[in-house]
Structure formats: structure tokens, C-alpha cells
Design a protein. Structure first.
Length: 209
């Protein structure tokens, strides 16, 4: 691409999985016990539905995305309950796409899964995926995204729903992207991943000592 790129979709590297537990108000009690079952254990995750990332109103869609890592019980608030060692966007024969063409992403891991708030009645943990770092390439345009992505994890389904808000992720470097993806741009990421440890759906339960 020799002409300047004006609009571009961005991969917030996500998924995630990447494994986001959404930004939420901190617990009133500063210390929380997080019981992960099984623990310690490895996990895998695959998207359910499309993963959509956007910047400046331009969307990028991935029909395939996977992640893997390890998880374990922890103490504290916030507390890291999992580490994402690998995350991929797109697959052979199913690349991530945008109006400008295919998008490729290389994540620098590990990313962290941080728990902040738990609702016993629904079995939902809120927190975020931290330490997000990803390099995105579209044609001649290359940019890097860092930050975190908020979301929720539901014990009954193993669904990790990532739904970042503007300002959590930031473009920290940009080459050959013109005004489409400038340094300081705030991309967003949305997508749901189904998490398993072997054939078991892991659970995360927060309690106060």
C-alpha cells in the first residue's frame, strides 16, 4: 500500500482471553480469597461468535480466535487468577478482515487475568485482562496496542465476555498509518470466549476471609 492509509481497524490484541475479567468497583473489603477450580491447571479458550475490534469507527472482525494459559487460586483485591501464555487472532483459511483487507496480529505475552469483584447469586466475576501488548499489521501500516480490556467470567457457562471501554487500550506506536491510527488512538475490543480446562468448565469464586 503506497498511498496513505486513512482508516484502519485495530486489534486490541485481546482475548483477550485472552481472559478478561472486567474492570469493576473494588471490593469494600481490601483482601479477597479467590478460589479457582481446578487449581493449578491449564486452560484453553475459543471464541463464541465474532471477535470485533475497532478504531476510529472502522471495525475488524475475527471469526476465529483462541487462547491458552494457566490458572490458579489467589489472594488479594485485585488478584491475578490466570496467565495467558498464548493468544491468536484469525486462523489458516479464516483471517481477520477489515474494509482495508486482512489484518494480522502478534501478541507479546504473558497477559494477566485479574479478578476484582464477585457476585455469588450469579456466579459472575468482574475484572480485566491486563498487560495487553500486541503488534497489528495491515498493509504497510504497523502499530502497537497496549493496556487492558475489561470483561466478565460466568461460572455456569465458562464464558469470558470481553467488552473494553474507550481509554483502556492505547496505540503507543504507529508506522505508515497516517492519521488513521495515530499514536494515542483508543481502540476497543469486544468478544466472548468459552474457557475449558480439559473437559471441565473452570470456576472462579471470590470470598472474604
Amino acid at each position: 500500500m503506497n498511498k496513505p492509509i486513512r482508516k484502519l481497524a485495530v486489534v486490541a490484541g485481546a482475548a483477550s482471553a485472552a481472559f478478561a475479567l472486567a474492570a469493576a468497583p473494588a471490593s469494600a473489603v481490601p483482601s479477597t480469597v479467590w478460589t479457582v477450580n481446578p487449581t493449578p491447571a491449564s486452560f484453553t479458550a475459543a471464541n463464541s461468535g465474532n471477535v470485533v475490534l475497532s478504531v476510529n469507527g472502522i471495525a475488524m472482525t475475527c471469526t476465529k480466535s483462541t487462547a491458552s494459559g494457566t490458572m490458579a487460586s489467589a489472594t488479594g483485591n485485585p488478584a491475578t487468577v490466570a496467565s495467558i501464555s498464548a493468544i491468536a487472532f484469525g486462523a489458516t483459511g479464516a483471517p481477520c478482515t477489515s474494509v482495508l483487507g486482512n489484518v494480522s496480529t502478534v501478541a507479546t505475552t504473558p497477559w494477566t487475568v485479574v479478578a476484582q469483584d464477585y457476585t455469588a447469586a450469579t456466579g459472575v466475576t468482574k475484572g480485566y485482562v491486563g498487560n495487553v501488548d500486541a503488534k497489528v499489521t495491515v498493509g504497510a501500516c504497523v502499530f502497537r496496542v497496549t493496556g487492558k480490556a475489561s470483561g466478565t467470567y460466568t461460572n455456569s457457562t465458562g464464558a469470558l465476555a470481553v467488552n473494553s471501554v474507550a481509554g483502556e487500550l492505547t496505540v503507543v506506536s504507529s508506522t505508515n498509518c497516517g492519521s488513521a491510527v495515530p499514536v494515542g488512538a483508543k481502540p476497543t475490543f469486544k468478544g466472548t470466549y468459552l474457557v475449558k480446562s480439559g473437559t471441565v468448565i473452570p470456576t472462579i469464586v471470590g470470598s472474604n476471609p
